[in-house]
Write a protein that binds this ligand. Structure first.
Ligand code: ACM
Ligand code: ZN
Length: 779
């Protein structure tokens, strides 16, 4: 499919050129992503890159020969002509791109690129730097310039990355992707100057790596009988699912990545997330099974038995084969989300705790110390083979293994703590770099995702070095990484959609010095990179090119202010308020809209080359809308957003509770007083709650309305109580309505009561429940 599309693109471009017959020239543009450290224009005549240009590598350097061939191939993809690659002892004439090693370039991945009329010189102290110089060079040439010569203005570019670890993760456990796609994924990493591929190979829902000593891991563990539909809906698709990579295939991928200066870091996630492994070998679980490869998402209680010596040897045997396959210094051993409930009850685990005196360290629970025992033991095993471990931030529980590098995902706190303990840290916090999160608040028009909200501008704003660290401690932050968990990403096209263009923002976080970062500037450089996505047929997300809206309830004026904007300031935004689709004839947006009445806003950029998606927002004003409000109890930290105005802004939240439309309460109830101003007749009240039981978000247990004319003395007019949700009750939006005899009032007090504590059937039983509410409607 993809190949066909490219072919079509290339052949039509070639056709156009031959029909007009003339030699075409296009211009290079050094405004690339990630932004280089220094781009200095030099006086002089441009270099003209043409089919006669040669690429010269240092005689005898096979790595640079390969790198030179990449450059030739990249230029061929853009221009259709293939430059000759020659050894330095064969050619010395002008019109060359000369690659050379130069120890004066300080950073091992830095490079110096000098473009002059006579030719191009690209040097680095190591081959890797030259590879990144080649990336800059190829991104400077227009992505599609069939048959054209490329005019390259004289320039000196000196560049080096900010971080040495620039990673991207892919979970192939939840869904499995072809060899071709894994290679394309690596190509995408190279295009963005990344140098680590964190390959998450084992999961509860599938073991994806052939292990010769334990063939059942793939015979049994790589297959699940079916897959849950949606967010653990309780319904299944009935379709067997599976797949794994043979050791030969793994070697092919490792070599493919290595040629592109990318290290593949395998992850064997242990001792949790091992359901597929213990389904294959039930004797390695605490209860002995039988188990079933996961058919749904989440964290499973059945984990590896840490008290069973055979199970520990099994893990070591697996790691022995892993070490043979992956030359990476780092081996990731997971450590995340390992419930301890089986270990608490397992005689073997308990006797290991006694034998190893794991109950004596009172700083942690014995089972946490047991987790630390497993991690430290695997670390010792790998250290003896000359390798280092990476673990998720849970490896702090029970104490860090002595040489471990920590991957901080539950925010930055784990990374901060590890850096203070002088351990290397890679920052991958959910709220900045979890690419399984939604990229827009308009989730109704998106493919289903895990949740969250992570637009490209938020990724761009990520600063991996927290202020809490001293300069000395900050050196332990060796880099940043984005993670692609694939519960809701069944196809490779969908992986592309979740990665692109957020990986471009990530690239600049990882590569570019913070003082050179600027989102507007980044946006202006994006189209040049997008042209590569288009040419390669990548399925990238286009939210950056849509209209965005900012809504501000202006309570004093009694209006909802709507500001519309677009990435390209030259774009003309057109809108309607009556629900009709915007066209070339619709009103042009010129200044913020001030809405007083109900409306169905639609806005879009109408372009001949393809219009943006239509932004659509229902504005549903009622007697409570845009009136002054006061909330008696605080909303939950992190879910307060702009406070109580969210409840009277006329706009309803969607199924995503992190968009700012919903406000969340934990422990507290909502008690809201609305000042209607004039005496107003009322006979009904409505509200809505969003329920996501797995995230501890429950429904209200009572809804009450009271009225007053002085704001002091209130009279109840209606109330209703609701049962605490049961295990079988659905997730989603719940609506509540109260009707009453018409009353006149100046003030209304609305009370919505939270679930007092999570019920006994729930994993968080006894803890405070959350309650997410939106819109109080009075009529
Ligand atoms: C993780 O996201 N469970 C590391
Ligand atoms: Zn056990």
């Amino acid at each position: 499919m993809k190949v066909l599309r490219n072919f079509f693109l290339l052949s039509t471009a070639a056709l156009m050129l031959s029909s007009c017959g003339e030699k075409k020239t296009v211009k290079a543009d050094y405004d690339v992503i990630p932004k280089p450290l220094a781009v200095n224009a030099v006086d002089g005549t441009p270099f003209l890159l043409s089919a006669r240009t040669r690429i010269v590598y240092p005689a005898g350097n096979e790595t640079l020969q390969k790198t030179a061939e990449f450059l030739s191939q990249y230029i061929a993809e853009a221009t259709g002509y293939t430059l000759r690659v020659v050894s330095s002892d064969k050619e010395k004439a002008a019109n060359n791109i000369v690659l050379s090693l130069n120890e004066n370039v300080a950073n091992a991945e830095g490079y110096k690129l000098q473009i002059a009329e006579s030719g191009i010189e690209l040097s680095g102290s190591k081959e890797a730097g030259i590879f990144y110089g080649i990336q800059t060079l190829r991104k400077s040439i227009p992505a599609t310039a069939m048959g054209a010569s490329v005019e390259m203005s004289p320039v000196t570019i000196e560049d080096a990355p900010r971080f040495s670890y620039r990673g991207m993760h892919l979970d192939v456990g939840r869904h499995f992707y072809s060899m071709d796609f894994i290679k394309e994924f690596i190509d995408m990493l190279a295009l963005h100057n990344l140098n680590r591929f964190h390959w998450h190979l084992t999961e509860d829902q599938g073991w994806r790596l052939e292990i010769k000593k334990y063939p059942k891991l793939t015979e049994i563990g790589s297959k699940r009988s079916e897959t849950v539909i949606g967010h653990n809906s309780g319904e299944y698709d009935g379709k067997p699912y599976g797949g794994f990579y043979t050791q030969e295939q793994v070697k092919e991928i490792v070599a493919y990545a290595q040629d592109r200066f990318i290290t593949v870091i395998p992850e064997i996630d242990l001792p949790g997330h091992m359901l597929a492994a213990i389904t294959s070998y039930p004797e390695f679980g605490c209860t002995g099974g039988p188990y079933e490869v996961g058919r749904e998402w989440g964290v499973f209680d059945d984990v590896i038995c840490a008290g069973n010596e055979d199970a520990m040897v099994f893990l070591e045997d697996v790691l022995s084969e892993v070490v043979e396959l992956f030359p990476s210094e780092y081996i990731h051993i997971g450590g995340d989300e390992c419930p301890k409930v089986r270990w608490e009850k397992c005689p073997k685990c308990q006797s290991r705790i006694k034998a190893e005196k794991l109950d004596l360290n009172k700083a942690h629970k014995p089972e946490e110390n047991l987790q630390s025992y497993v991690i430290s033991r695997m670390e010792r095993f790998l250290n003896e083979k000359g390798r280092q471990i990476i673990g998720w931030d849970e490896i702090l529980e029970g104490g860090l293994a002595p040489n471990a590098t920590l991957m901080s995902w539950r925010g930055m706190a784990g990374g901060i703590e590890a850096a203070k303990q002088k351990h290397d840290v890679i920052m991958t916090p959910t709220n900045y770099v979890y690419f399984d999160y939604y990229q827009t608040t308009d989730v109704e028009n998106e493919p289903i995702a895990i949740g969250g909200y992570l637009p490209v501008e938020r990724v761009y704003a990520f600063e991996p070095v927290p202020q809490e660290l001293t300069a000395e401690e900050a050196k332990y932050v060796i880099g940043a990484q984005a993670n692609v968990w694939t519960e809701y990403i069944p196809t490779s096209e969908q992986v592309e959609y979740m990665m692109l263009p957020r990986i471009a923002a990530l690239a600049e976080v990882q590569w570019t010095k913070p003082e050179l970062k600027d989102f507007q500037d980044f946006q202006s450089r994006m189209p040049q990179l997008i042209a590569f996505y288009d040419r390669n047929g990548y399925n990238y997300a286009k939210h950056m090119y849509d209209v965005t809206a900012e809504y501000t309830p202006l309570v004093e004026e009694g209006v909802l202010e709507v500001k519309l904007s677009s990435l390209n300031k030259a774009d003309v935004i057109r809108y309607t308020l009556d629900g009709t689709e915007p066209t070339e004839a619709s009103a042009v947006y010129a200044e913020p809209l001030k809405l007083k009445d109900a409306a169905q806003l639609k806005a879009a950029i109408i372009r001949a080359t393809g219009s943006s998606r239509v932004l659509s927002q229902e504005i549903n004003l009622n007697k409570a809308s845009l009136k002054p409000v006061e909330m008696k109890y605080e909303a939950a930290k992190g879910y307060t957003y702009n406070g109580a105005v969210a409840l009277i802004d006329g706009m309803k939240g969607t199924r995503n509770y992190k968009t700012g439309r919903w406000i969340g309460f934990v422990g507290n109830d909502l008690e809201l007083v609305i000042n209607l101003g004039d005496e107003t007749e009322l006979s009904s009240a409505k509200t809505s709650a969003l329920v996501e039981k797995g995230d501890w978000i429950f429904a209200p247990t009572a809804f009450e309305v009271a009225v007053s004319n002085d704001g002091v003395k209130f009279t109840n007019v209606a109330s209703e109580k609701y049962n605490v949700l049961g295990e079988k009750d659905r997730n989603g939006i719940y609506d509540y309505a109260l009707s009453f005899e018409p009353v006149k009032a100046k003030f209304v007090r609305v009370t919505v009561k939270n679930t007092p504590a999570l019920p006994t059937w729930h994993g968080g039983k006894g803890k405070n429940a959350y309650m997410f509410l939106d819109e109080i409607e009075l009529n």
